[in-house]
Write a new protein. Structure first.
Length: 226
C-alpha cells in the first residue's frame, strides 16, 4: 500500500448507494440524507458534494464512502509534486482521455499507480491493461485534488506523443501502420472505452498511438522511439 493510502470501508456485495452507505456507517442521519437528496434535486450536484456543502460530513468521510462504494483504495491527501518523477510514458492527451493520472510506475513489474476521481473508470483501466500490459492500482482522491493533479501532470522525457491528425479508426490505424513501417514486425491493438477508441502499434523500435474521440472528427498520432 502507498504511504498515506487508507483502505476503503468494506463494500457490501450489493454496492449500495452512497447515501445509504454513509447512513449505515453512521456518518449521517436518516434526516440528513433525506434533506441532502431533496437539496440535490434542486442543485444538480452529486450527492457527496451536496452532503459536504450542507456540512453533514467532511470530504474525507465522503471520499471513504465513495471508495467503499467502488471497492477501491483512496488517498485522503496527495502531493502533486509526486507527478514530477516521470512515472510513466503516457502522453498528456491520453491521461486526460483515460481520466487516470499516473504517479508511480515500476517498469520491471508493469505496475502503475494512478489516481482518479469517483467513479472509478473501470473501462479505461481495462483499456490501459489491454494495450500496454500495465496493471493499474487505482486510488480515489477528492475531485479538487484530481483536478490539480491533472493540471500538474506533464509527460516525462521520452513519453509517447500524439501529434498527427487522423479521421476515424480505420484511417488512424493506417497512419500508425505506415508510421511503424520501419519495423519489420509490428503488433496492433485496439481498445474502446466511453467515447474513445485507442489504437496502439508496437514494433521493436517504434511505438505509435492513436486516440480517436468517437464524437470528434480528429485524433492524434505519432511514433516514439523506445
Amino acid at each position: 500500500m502507498q504511504d498515506g493510502a487508507t483502505p476503503a470501508l468494506p463494500a457490501p456485495p450489493s454496492r449500495p448507494r452512497l447515501g445509504v452507505l454513509l447512513r449505515h456507517a453512521g456518518a449521517i442521519t436518516e434526516r440528513q440524507l433525506s434533506v441532502a437528496l431533496a437539496s440535490q434535486r434542486e442543485s444538480g450536484c452529486r450527492l457527496g458534494e451536496e452532503i459536504r456543502r450542507l456540512g453533514y460530513a467532511g470530504g474525507d468521510v465522503v471520499l471513504r464512502g465513495l471508495a467503499a462504494q467502488h471497492n477501491a483504495k483512496y488517498l485522503s491527501s496527495f502531493d502533486v509534486a509526486r507527478l514530477t518523477r516521470g512515472p510513466s510514458r503516457l502522453p498528456v492527451e491520453m491521461v486526460r482521455a483515460l481520466r487516470l493520472v499516473p504517479f508511480d510506475f515500476d517498469a520491471e513489474s508493469g505496475l502503475v499507480h494512478v489516481i482518479c476521481a469517483a467513479p472509478v473508470p473501470r473501462a479505461a483501466v481495462r483499456a490501459l491493461r489491454s494495450l500496454t500490459g500495465w496493471t493499474a492500482e487505482v486510488y480515489l482522491v477528492a475531485d479538487d485534488v484530481w483536478d490539480r493533479a491533472l493540471a500538474a501532470y506533464t509527460a516525462p522525457e521520452g513519453a509517447e506523443r500524439l501529434v498527427t491528425a487522423a479521421r476515424g479508426v480505420d484511417e488512424a490505424a493506417a497512419v500508425v501502420a505506415e508510421t511503424a513501417s520501419t519495423d519489420r514486425s509490428v503488433t496492433m491493438r485496439l481498445a474502446r472505452w466511453e467515447q474513445f477508441a485507442w489504437v496502439r502499434v508496437e514494433g521493436p523500435v517504434h511505438v505509435a498511438n492513436v486516440l480517436v474521440p468517437a464524437m470528434e472528427e480528429t485524433c492524434q498520432v505519432a511514433p516514439t522511439a523506445q
